[in-house]
Design a protein around this ligand. Structure first.
Ligand SMILES: Nc1nc2c(ncn2[C@@H]2O[C@H](COP(=O)(O)OP(=O)(O)OP(=O)(O)O)[C@@H](O)[C@H]2O)c(=O)[nH]1
Ligand SMILES: [Mg+2]
Length: 203
């Protein structure tokens, strides 16, 4: 399986806080490996999915934080599922919605054995928030494999990319693989596909 040869990408459904989220199966009947996208609201999770899959508008994006409010699944080549999660920690998102976020994400993550990899997105311009730190610690504590993706790299100068990425990882106290990413400048796609492919093959 490789994400570099995408024959088919489809939306597979949206799941809210009050439903049990199913595990998907391949046509061969195997449980599908899953990759989840996690990060604060507006960081660019849905945009990254569209960019990686080469399908504008497949995942709904918005300049207003809080666009994705359910766990949305996209299935690639009938073999791998991508889970687009609602973003956390945006003050402008209504309180009611923020209160539902925790149980929804926890409900999804807990016991999700087919979750092979988490793409944790960080806006390259921002210091990680308390929620970023807590979420990443939680994932690493439960030995989830995590790749950091630094989004919106077009917003800072190229010469600052590596240094800023390392500073953020130091702040997070995390020694994990990372990719500098921009949908606007088409940066990081190949590097991310390589990391994901290596990972899926290794597990
Ligand atoms: N400049 C720039 N803007 C980006 C990039 N990626 C995403 N954006 C913009 O960031 C905004 C938020 O993108 P989304 O993909 O909806 O973010 P999200 O993380 O899915 O947000 P929630 O669904 O609210 O959790 C949109 O206006 C995007 O156009 C990027 O690489 N560069
Ligand atoms: Mg979204």
């Amino acid at each position: 399986m490789t994400l570099s040869k995408i024959k088919e990408a489809k939306f597979q459904g949206a799941f809210g806080p009050d439903v049990k989220i199913p595990v998907f199966k391949t046509p061969q009947g195997k449980v599908m490996p899953e990759i989840a996208l996690i990060g604060r609201s507006n960081v660019g999770k849905s945009s990254l999915i569209n960019h990686m899959l080469g399908r504008k508008g497949l995942a709904k994006t918005s300049s207003v934080p809080g666009k994705t409010q359910t766990v949305n699944f996209f299935i690639v080549n009938d073999q791998v599922a991508l889970a687009d999660l609602p973003g956390f920690g945006y003050a402008k998102v209504p309180k009611e919605l923020r209160a539902k976020w925790g149980p929804l994400i926890e409900g999804y993550l807990q016991g999700r054995e087919n979750l092979k990899l988490v793409l944790f997105l960080f806006d390259i311009r921002r210091e990680p928030s308390e929620e970023d730190i807590a979420m990443l610690d939680w994932l690493l504590h439960f030995e989830k494999d995590v790749i950091a993706v630094f989004t919106k790299s077009d917003k800072i100068s190229h010469s600052a990319h590596q240094k800023t990425a390392h500073q953020i990882l130091e702040h997070l106290r995390a020694d994990i693989p990372f990719v500098i990413f921009s949908t606007n400048e088409n940066k990081g796609k190949e590097a991310l596909i390589r990391l994901i492919d290596n990972h899926i093959q290794a597990t």
